[in-house]
Design a protein around this ligand. Structure first.
Ligand code: FAQ
Length: 322
């Protein structure tokens, strides 16, 4: 594996020309390591992120809502698959990445450690969490690593549908009874601050941002994206008739000034001390163990197919030699 940038011919020139680094290109070890870390964390977030919404599929208020939510949760599984595939182009094995997740040695997004208490939470996840994901991930479509950037293009299209379905759930509640509107407000009150934390620590405390931006992995800093999210979301809250739970929020021309979230809460959740960390990980590990027979069956089938192919090849070789 290659080390410093100076030892990697062509790498910096590709970045300077806004080109894409592809799996077979030489790359600095740190670049590869950072990508594996970020893409794996992203993949883990997608599959753990299925849980808070998945547990509402059986309780969705109508058949239409149930069908939409099922499709959304399946999309998240698909995003996980694209991302694990993108990580594998860097020379790691998906099974090893899952092992790192299951043993707590790799992270997933803090946001998925909060409970979904009411149906309005499903609206809030779509509107705020997918909304934050879009703000974070649209710039990743221009990430310097080709497979990650290309995966993001499709992911972002789907996230955009997810964000609209969440907004539409809340719009319906906000135009319903007083109790439904209060449920929507309560969901916003609980999801607002964790959504701001999704963007990561403030720039001054973010150990990875500067290098990741120099490598063209991240295109914007955590604080820039957080600001962009606030600017996008506040007018949408106005349309819903909901109040953002921030007394310090005010419009200053092009931007909204807002109160920073309590980042000690982010650090605690990332350390494993959020409201649902243990439950989420235990559920994931159990799902993985319960799926062992599928992986074994798929491996046995693949082995049988490979044997068939090789038997056919040797029959053909013998036939042409005779
Ligand atoms: N949660 O130096 P930085 C979704 C960690 S997908 C947990 O700023 P970086 C779709 C960070 O890893 C949501 N850990 O790090 C969906 C680092 O730890 P390490 C996931 C966090 O990488 C919707 C340390 O703190 N999206 O929502 C968090 O430059 C609905 C220092 O931080 C992505 O993964 C956090 N919030 O910036 C699915 C997008 N923030 O590894 C289902 C891609 C920071 O050094 C339902 N990732 N950390 O020990 C990124 O853009 C970046 O990795 C950041 C963090 C911005 C998340």
């Amino acid at each position: 594996m290659t080390g410093a940038i100076s030892e990697v011919p062509g790498f910096q020139a590709t970045l300077d020309a806004d080109g894409r680094i592809e799996p077979r290109d030489a790359m600095p070890a740190g670049y590869r390591k950072t990508l594996i870390r970020q893409i794996a964390q992203h993949a883990h977030s997608e599959i753990i992120g299925m849980q808070p919404e998945g547990n509402w599929i059986s309780r969705a208020p109508s058949l239409r809502r149930k069908a939409i939510l099922m499709a959304k949760v399946q999309d998240e599984a698909g995003h996980g698959l694209y991302l694990y595939a993108a990580a594998e182009t860097l020379g790691v094995d998906r099974a090893d990445l899952l092992d790192l997740l299951h043993t707590g040695r790799q992270k997933y997004s803090s946001i998925f450690n909060y409970p979904t208490l009411t149906w309005a939470d499903i609206g809030a996840i779509g509107w705020l969490v997918d909304g934050a994901a879009i703000v974070n991930q649209v710039p990743l479509c221009r990430c310097s690593y080709g497979p990650y950037a290309r995966a993001m293009v499709r992911v972002c299209k789907e996230e955009s549908f997810h964000q609209r379905q969440g907004f539409e759930i809340l719009y319906t509640l906000c135009n319903g009874t007083e109790a439904q509107k209060a449920m929507a407000q309560d969901a916003l009150d609980r999801w607002w601050w964790p959504s701001l934390m999704m963007f990561g620590p403030p720039d001054a405390d973010s150990p990875n941002t500067a290098q990741s931006m120099a490598w063209g992995i991240k295109r914007h800093s955590n604080d820039e994206l957080r600001q962009r999210f606030v600017d996008m979301t506040v007018p949408q809250a106005d349309i819903l008739g909901l109040r953002i739970p921030d007394d310090g929020l005010r419009n200053e021309g092009d931007h909204y000034v807002f109160t920073e979230p309590d980042f000690t809460e982010l650090y605690e959740v990332v350390k494993g001390n959020g409201p649902c960390n243990k439950e989420r990980l235990a559920h994931r590990v159990k799902a993985h163990e319960d799926g062992a027979w599928v992986r074994e069956a798929a491996a046995a089938y693949a082995e049988k197919q490979a044997q068939k192919q090789s038997d056919k090849k040797s029959d053909e070789q013998q036939g042409s030699a005779a």
